[in-house]
Write a protein that binds this ligand. Structure first.
Ligand code: PTT
Ligand code: SF4
Length: 616
């Protein structure tokens, strides 16, 4: 476990064994050490964040209060010369959902943090005036950020690099985070965004504009030579994969055409699942406009495709951004979508929640529930709403709260078409005809994110109409590998999921780095531990308000079928969904309300957690 002050900890390999803690209220920093038991039990990234937040968030605190710790965590593979290892996890109690929240982003800050000698940072308290934290190996300073406050994330990063040198890693917020928009994210490198459930707003509530990291040390490894060899071999193997060329051409935008063909493209606030102008915003259209390609550190399959937006600025596109700010709001002009996307990056807002919220407001306007008018596909309306959201003006005041709170305020049964689970807006897959994916969204550890159980591509091949146990098994398998493994190792999952880079590589990497044999089974157990711990966190925070209804997708998918495409008329069957959920709880060792049984927690080494939530 985490060591108390003065306690001796064995030096480990692979992990630095150190967490940097910065208290903004007291303007103090300390270093906390941890030992092999903590490292092996939680690995890193999401695992560390979940345990730290469980231990250190006082139940019931406001996510925007100084008491909410902000965790930045890497894993034992982060920053090593291995494929796609330049990622980190940002986490806190979410101001959007009130539960556990995190995000995974690529940034040089990930590599630099490890090289500065830390596996994680925990930031507590709040500053009175805007500040940023500068870390350079052992030197940690809390510095004045008034000159970068009220600037966008691009300008802030640029100015901080002018001050600290081009090699630093920078994590920053834009005006969205400063103004605590509930789905503000943390940004890096003009196109890497992390922390969908409002982790940027938590940073803003601390008046923390940025974290700037320089690190010059080597990470202590068990077998450096072996790790270098494996890394080289791994990179070559990635290059040899048959999908590599197509991936480099289109990256995640490949998915848009597939979603349209399979009738799962979110369109008009998830009312429809095909978009008449899909071809204009799909991968091929992007290829014609592409001006450059960017990516995360240590990656040889860089997937950030940059085009010029309608106003001539570079904008980096991913599938989720384009679907949510394109088809979901009825906008079929890629360069206009790119402009909205760039604004979201600069202001630091999550494009998925933003696209959902704009879609929700357009539908509310169509239903005459708002004074202001927002028309489907109208670029100027979308732009105005985005700006008002950041400023908290007009209808933007409502939009800044996210769809769940906005619907509660708006009434008129609008929760039915407020497309979120647990308050986190649904990512870009319309699940009217994909119940397995709906279960993945329903049970994802942070709300409706596809990051954990993206089973939709498997499901469409396996048979979308089934409500059988094979769907539950797939959701669990993916939640273990994706939600547990990749989130705690911490590396990018794309080599595996997109190019079939075999999972067996990861235990080999881990052994060379740490000297410990950690199998895929061990990693899966960590995944289960993390999932039950995060579930306990939600249960603790929601108390008597917690129920299995929290694991339900929105009513639209059960009650209003799409009217176009091959899947028109198809909806999720509620009894079928109930069956899936029951089976899911049973396999997880959770009760009928989705609360982990005491025996389950005990088996996962979380006996102390069981007592707090009163598990049976
Ligand atoms: C992620 C979510 C995603 S998931 C996308 S596109 W995707 C959206 N990207 C946004 C963006 O961009 N700007 C913005 N203002 N908001 C955005 N919101 C959306 O955020 C991302 C890639 C992608 S692109 C994906 S799937 C994979 N995600 C990984 C993950 O979660 N874990 C992991 N171990 N590896 C992953 N690899 C891939 O990384 P959140 P990034 Mg992102 C601009 O953070 O909160 O998890 O939400 O990190 O560096 O941009 O890379 O089709
Ligand atoms: Fe980043 Fe894309 Fe490389 Fe993954 S594949 S590390 S998201 S550039």
């Amino acid at each position: 476990m985490l060591a108390s002050r003065g306690e001796e900890v064995t030096v480990m390999k692979g992990w630095t064994g150190k967490i940097l803690r910065v208290d903004l209220s007291r303007e103090k920093s300390t270093v906390q050490e941890f030992g092999a038991d903590f490292a092996l039990k939680f690995l890193g990234g999401r695992g560390f964040a979940a345990r730290i937040l469980w231990d250190e968030t006082k139940p019931g605190i406001s996510p925007l209060s100084p008491e909410n710790p902000l965790v930045i965590a890497t894993g034992p593979l982060t920053g090593l010369p291995l494929p796609s290892s330049g990622k980190l996890v940002v986490a806190a109690k979410s101001p959007l959902t009130g539960g556990y929240g995190d995000g995974n982003m690529g940034s040089w800050a990930a590599v630099r943090l490890r090289k500065a000698g830390y596996d994680a940072m925990v930031i507590t308290g709040a500053a009175r005036e805007p500040k940023y934290i500068s870390v350079a190996d052992e030197s940690v300073e809390i510095r004045d950020a008034r000159d970068v406050w009220k600037t966008g994330s691009f300008e802030a990063e640029k100015r901080l690099k002018e001050k600290h040198g081009r090699s630093v890693g920078v994590l920053t917020i834009g005006q969205g985070g400063e103004n605590v928009v509930r789905y503000a994210t943390i940004l890096s490198q003009e196109g890497r965004s992390g922390g969908r459930p409002g982790i940027g707003a938590v940073m803003g509530s601390k008046k923390l504009k940025a974290v700037v990291i320089e690190g010059t040390k080597e990470i202590l490894l068990s077998d450096e030579k072996k790790l270098m060899e494996l890394g080289q071999e791994g990179y070559r193997h990635v290059l040899s994969k048959p999908n590599y060329d197509m991936w480099k051409r289109q990256g995640t935008l490949l998915v848009l055409e597939w979603c349209q063909a399979n009738c799962v493209l979110p369109t008009y606030n998830f009312r429809e699942a095909v978009f008449e102008e899909a071809a204009n915003i799909a991968g091929e259209a992007m290829e014609k406009l592409k001006v450059s390609q960017r990516g995360c550190p240590n990656c040889n399959m860089t997937c950030g495709n940059v085009i010029e937006d309608i106003e001539g600025h570079p904008s980096e596109l991913d599938y989720e951004n384009v679907a949510m700010l394109g088809s979901n709001i009825g906008l079929g002009d890629l360069r206009k979508v790119a402009y909205l996307n760039r604004m979201a990056d600069d202001y630091g807002l999550d494009t998925i929640s933003l696209g959902n919220t704009i879609g929700f407001m357009m539908e509310a306007s169509e239903k005459k529930l708002l004074k202001e008018r927002f028309e489907w596909g109208n670029y100027d309306d979308a732009k105005r709403l985005l700006e008002d959201t950041v400023r908290g003006e007009g209808a933007g005041k409502l939009a800044a709260k996210g769809t769940k709170a906005a619907a509660e305020e708006l009434g008129h049964d609008s929760s039915r078409w407020a497309m979120n689970v647990k308050g986190l807006e649904i990512s870009a897959y319309n699940c009217h005809s994909a119940p397995g994916m709906a279960l993945g969204f329903g049970t994802c550890s942070i709300g409706a994110h596809h990051k954990d159980a993206w089973v939709i591509s498997w499901e469409i091949n396996a048979g979308r109409e089934s409500y059988g146990p094979e769907k539950v098994a797939k959701v669990l398998e993916f939640q273990r590998i994706r939600g547990g493994g990749f989130e705690s190792l911490v590396t990018c999952r794309f080599p595996w999921i997109e190019l079939d880079f075999e999972l067996e590589w990861y235990p080999r990497f881990l052994e060379a780095a740490t000297g410990t044999r950690i199998t895929m089974d061990d990693i899966n157990t960590v995944g289960d531990r993390i999932y039950s711990l995060i579930r306990a966190y939600w249960v603790r925070e929601y108390g008597s308000k917690w129920s299995r209804a929290m694991d339900y997708p929105p009513a639209r998918w059960f009650r209003e079928a799409p009217t176009k495409g091959a899947q028109r008329g198809v909806m999720i069957n509620s009894q079928g969904y109930e069956r899936l959920l029951n089976e899911y709880y049973e396999r997880r060792g959770w009760d009928k309300n989705g609360i982990p049984h005491a025996a389950t927690l005990q088996k996962l080494g979380l006996g102390d957690v069981a007592k707090v939530i009163g598990s049976q």
